[in-house]
Design a protein around this ligand. Sequence first.
Ligand code: EPZ
Length: 417
Amino acid sequence: MEKLIVEGGHRLEGTVVISGAKNAALPILVSSLLTAGWNVYQNVPDLRDVRTIERLLVDLGAVVETTGSEVKVSANAISSHEASYELVKTMRASVLVLGPLLARLGKARVSLPGGCAIGARPIDLHLKGLEQMGADISLEHGYIDARADRLKGADIYFDIVTVTGTENLMMAAVLADGETTLKNAAREPEVVALAETLNQMGAEITGAGTPEIVIRGVNELGPASVTIIPDRIEAGTFMIAAAITGGDIKIAGCEPRHMEAVIHKVRQVGVTVKEEPGGLHVVGGEAISSVDVKTVPYPGFPTDMQAQFMALMCFANGLSVISEAIFENRFIHVSELQRMGANIKISGSVAMVRGGTRLAGAPVMATDLRASASLILAALAAEGTTEISRIYHIDRGYEGIGKKLAELGARLWRVQE
Ligand code: EPZ
């Protein structure tokens, strides 16, 4: 395994170009299962999770051709309807194949994903919605066995806002018999991007981006040709990099209107954030003010930015109260930040971050994707050198992050553990 060595204290400046969004690419790649034609996807990020979903599509019988950031997929002949435990346990988003396989084939056998570092991550709402659409769901030996001659439209209400639950059921509904309504649906830009892709394929979806999505089932879909939207979480992470190093970074190719909550919070900290043609210009100041934040479903402050924001608050001048209201265990990065000298106290789903001390470099361990980003950000501003082990987590969701940071003036390199 590799570890990342980061030398702290270097101000970052220059321009970074944001890659395609992981959480848009994954469901859109899976939507290729809904048609026999050749789908063409541009601006697909080169990430471990994208390669994993491509492997799953090939296991199911699809043909995948990747040329740089262009990926072509044809699920002309699906030869399997099973997503194995080996694959699903490495990436929970694999459960997204449930809806499309049921819609296209009438059957699916998908391993229960199991929990992950940030929580139990149940998929009960996915399964309940599919049952409401007429699917027979049985659980045995850790696998979900789903069958349905033809799914039928249903009125589905999500007890909790679920991003992939909304996406899974949207994909199940596009070929169902009749109309499906998803209420209390997720409103993320990635959900809207999937709906736009499905509509280009011939689906009839209205309301994506609002809490109520209506899908009128059709008999057949054609292929899509779309460009993946920019990654708002990668862009937000680079905003924090500018703030935490007192730097000056132009974040090109991002979509500010997908990032309003994060922009608002970073401005509250005292950072200058200017919207410019094609992106954002972020200039960190001398002082960093402590600001409270609570993670909520989109368009509120995203849980995927919580760990990164906490790293910044460690360098602020007061007390920041950070509430994690989406996942039950998304404070794993706290113990690692404490090893660097951070003054953080956790009480249930709330972390109290007292700034005012400069963190010091230390050996720390990455535990999940966004925790890795948090540790890199802290290391960029800490005194001395930080060694981050198990850095493979970061490669799941940040394309070429080491190169991008080095081009902004960071001093970091990978070594074998
Ligand atoms: C998506 O995960 C994202 N992943 C996550 O990004 C993101 O953190 C999360 O949405 C929240 O925004 C992808 O899009 C691939 P949820 P998802 O279903 O869909 C509970 C990253 O770092 N819930 O919206 O799995 C669940 O436990 C990743 O890029 C149920 O109880 O999250 C959680 O508390 C991490 N039952 C809450 O809902 C269900 O059936 C929100 O989860 C489904 C979810």
